[in-house]
Design a protein around this ligand. Structure first.
Ligand SMILES: *Cc1c(COP(=O)(O)O)cnc(C)c1O
Length: 394
């Protein structure tokens, strides 16, 4: 990718594709599955790779190319590929680079569908894994095997907001020549840049903060050029391409990522501080709250604390579900990273397939609520949470 010395916000806005003959100001949308050639010779050269050109939207498209270029510039990545969903990106980032007999060292606190890939799908193809605890990175080394090829992790984790020290993960990967694959969806390229700490791949669900308004699905893998070449080969021939329309939406969304995240994060911090002082709340987890056990690490590797707050209400699972039934403004949804504030009760929804012990091992207590702080006025968000908590006599 071309070197661009502008700052994050400028790259997000000015990393637009070249204007067409119409000299449009903002990016046009190329809803076309294929592209034409003026001559047979140029067509042959494009197919052989001697000439640059766009052939077919499963391979590439001006809108997906623009999104990838921008995301790479914003995250300091050499190259990238865009997929139809975050899970297609997570899956491709592993399946494109691993083979039967390989082993993955994975943080126990990974996204639910990532857990399903590791436990239900990969074993069929002879790819095995070992789970390690996110907070215990100093002991990860002892779980490595001679066939370990990749470290897979998410930080901060969902929904417990445990952090993994990226510098230590980078050092471990370097020392043992492993691929470090980080799901950076919760932090976004604005808050955290895993590649800076030695990660080879940074994976995103564009569906969340990146789009930020709950409108489209999409995923991205960015990172080391040689590895991305393999991811691109895998995706071009297996077909999880991102729709040009979704790429157009997401590229537009990146223009406002920094200002949106600033507000999401300040709203989340205000909410977390409010909850921490509330007598009816048992515990609160937010990376940039001084009471977070990894606060120093959070300050070091995350520009701001992110848009997610986790907290625990009294009354266990029934208390958590009762809280959800009382909110009026906030939405009950399993999604996150929306302009609308969302409340989720992980134990009865996103993580209900896990056994109770498995949930507790990743910090999901029965009364835990996850809030994705939206962009409504913070006083309105807190007002809604307050009435939902207060009705229980707190
Ligand atoms: C949502 C999410 C995914 C999956 O993304 P989709 O776009 O829903 O496929 C992966 N990882 C994390 C951390 C997520 O929050």
């Amino acid at each position: 990718m071309e070197k661009d010395n502008h700052r994050f916000e400028t790259k997000a806005i000015r990393g637009q594709m070249e204007r067409t003959g119409y000299r449009e100001h903002s990016a046009p949308l190329f809803l076309t599955s294929s592209f034409t050639f003026p001559t047979a010779e140029l067509m042959a050269d494009t197919f052989s790779g001697q000439a640059d050109g766009i052939i077919y939207s499963r391979y590439s498209n001006p809108n997906t190319d623009e999104l990838i270029r921008k995301a790479c510039a914003m995250e300091g990545a050499e190259d990238g590929f865009a997929t139809a969903s975050g899970m297609a990106a997570v899956f491709a980032s592993m399946a494109a680079l691993l083979k039967a007999g390989d082993h993955i060292l994975a943080s126990r606190a990974v996204f639910g569908s990532t857990h399903q890939i590791l436990t239900e799908l990969f074993p069929r193809w002879g790819i095995t894994f070992t789970y390690v605890d996110p907070e215990d990175i100093d002991n990860w080394e002892q779980h490595l095997q001679s066939n370990t090829r990749m470290i897979v992790l998410e930080t901060p984790s969902n929904p417990g907001l445990a952090l993994i020290d990226l510098e230590k993960a980078g050092a471990l990967a370097r020392q043992h020549r492993l691929i470090l694959n980080v799901d950076n969806c919760f932090a976004t390229p604005y808050l955290q840049t895993p590649l800076m700490y030695g990660a080879h791949l940074s994976v995103h669900s564009g569906t969340k903060w990146m789009d930020g308004q709950g409108r489209v699905l999409g995923g991205l893998v960015v990172g080391d050029a040689e590895l991305i070449e393999k991811v691109r080969f895998f995706c071009r021939h297996t077909g999880p391409a991102m729709s040009p329309f979704n790429a157009w939406v997401l590229s537009k969304s990146l223009e406002t990522l920094a200002v949106r995240m600033d507000r999401h994060c300040s709203n989340a911090l205000r909410l977390a501080s409010y909850l921490e002082a509330h007598p009816g709340v048992l515990r609160v987890s937010y990376p940039h709250l001084a009471s977070h056990p990894q606060y120093e690490l959070a300050k070091k590797q995350m520009r701001l604390g992110g848009g997610i707050v986790a907290f625990e209400v009294q009354g266990g699972a029934a208390g958590g579900m009762a809280f959800l039934n009382r909110v009026r403004l906030c939405s009950l949804s399993s999604n996150l990273g929306d302009s609308r504030t969302i409340v989720t009760h992980p134990a009865s929804t996103t993580h209900s397939k896990l056994k109770e012990e498995e949930r507790l091992a990743v910090g999901i207590r029965p009364g835990m609520i996850r809030i994705s702080a939206g962009l409504e006025h913070i006083d309105d968000i807190i007002g809604d949470v307050e009435q939902a908590l207060g009705a229980r006599g707190g």
